[in-house]
Write a protein that binds this ligand. Structure first.
Ligand code: SF4
Length: 193
């Protein structure tokens, strides 16, 4: 029985984690932390030519309470680092962070006393984007990496055991089971990007 027939039967089986992660990964709402020239490429990433709406992330939010993906675009001075960290702390969990460009990732060419040599000195970065500046396609690729990370993480299970070590599980993939109990589709390859 193929997926279409299984849907006609009126039910699907899956894990709550898989459904929540599917919804989360397709509705990431970026907090654009545009600090320097990289921010122009970040704007292009959301503009019509590259159209990040295809990935459900076109809703840039300038309130930390409405965002779950911080994109730090540009170099961060020590003065600014305090503000960035405060905004990050105001974002609700779960949340993710992208370091966009050489400056955000490592300080870049700004080897000086005023610039933090990589935002991972004060933020937990999930994905680094190389380049000066990175092209919008690279930002989309980073977004897809975050989506894959979200899909293969715990959600409910981890919330219940916050702070404890959780065992490794197989990646959460949707699974359709026929009335006979057979897998209707292969669980592998659904999210191959
Ligand atoms: S990486 Fe290049 S484009 Fe981006 S903020 Fe640094 S100097 Fe500007």
């Amino acid at each position: 029985m193929g997926p279409d027939n299984a849907l006609q039967e009126g039910f699907l089986t899956t894990r709550v984690d898989a459904v929540i992660n599917w919804a989360r990964s397709n509705s990431l709402m970026p907090m654009p932390m545009g600090l320097a020239c990289c921010a122009i490429e970040m704007m292009a990433f959301a503009a019509p030519k590259y159209d990040v709406a295809r990935f459900g992330s076109e809703a840039m939010r300038f309130s930390p309470r409405q965002a779950d993906l911080m994109i730090v675009a540009g170099w961060a001075s020590y003065k600014m680092a305090h503000t960035i960290r405060r905004v990050w702390d105001q974002m609700a969990d779960p949340k993710w962070c992208i370091a966009m460009g050489a400056c955000a990732s490592s300080g870049g060419m700004h080897r000086c006393y005023g610039v933090v040599q990589g935002i991972d000195n004060f933020l937990p970065v999930d994905v680094y984007i190389p380049g000066c500046p990175p092209r919008p396609e690279a930002v989309i690729h980073a977004l897809m990496d975050i989506q894959e990370k979200v899909r293969n993480d715990y959600s409910i299970a981890q919330d219940g055991d916050f702070g404890k070590e959780v065992p490794t599980i197989a990646p959460a993939r949707p699974k359709i089971v026929t009335p006979e109990g057979d897998d209707a589709i292969s669980p592998t390859g659904l999210y191959t990007q």
